[in-house]
Ligand binder design. Sequence first.
Ligand code: GSH
Length: 216
Amino acid sequence: MTLTLYAHPFSSYSQKVLIALYENATPFEYRMLGDATAMAELAALWALRRFPVLVDSGQTVMEASIIVEHLDLHHPGPVRLIPSDARAALDVRLTDRFFDNYVMTPMAKIVTDNIRPAGERDARGVVEARAMLETAYRWLDARMAEREWASGDFSLADCAAAPALFYADWAQPIDATFANVRAYRRRLLVRPSFARAVDEARPYRPLFPLGAPDRD
Ligand SMILES: N[C@@H](CCC(=O)N[C@@H](CS)C(=O)NCC(=O)O)C(=O)O
């Protein structure tokens, strides 16, 4: 076994990488975080202690997008997550940035604000995060009008989109007027790689700070 992944099933960025691994049935050792030993190992690997982190034959790889790129480069399978055409790859990377910066980040802002003590909350920041999500949904709805996946064939962009839209809809429900986004989210939910990640995370739903809705 050359690949070790430090991750947690309920973590959105962990799911982004798990989707990539499951898409290609790539074997790996799962170091489940939460366990004190695994947390100490993570801290030794990456000072910022953010996860997921991949260790490949002694090389530490951080940041979910870079891990997916690393997997596509060094452990490719039948599902190529970065297109070989450079122009198509650029659009995949742009779309990946869109999901991280404008869906995942505001979603996380809303969720983490809820964990703070009442006197330390950032009401204005949460209003801005909700507004950013609405703008992102609108942009994505137009983009997805005639697409099955976010950028060409199933790719890194969809690995990013799946957990981002999954949790964003719990934090700031995607309005029915954004029918293309809702349909895309449903397609992602039945994609076997993401369906598996969602199933593995089910036991942790009581941990969702806003209260996980009884669906999905
Ligand atoms: N930019 C990082 C973000 C990773 C991240 O924020 N992961 C969360 C879990 S989903 C985390 O490490 N949370 C622990 C913390 O914030 O201390 C990436 O793309 O991998």
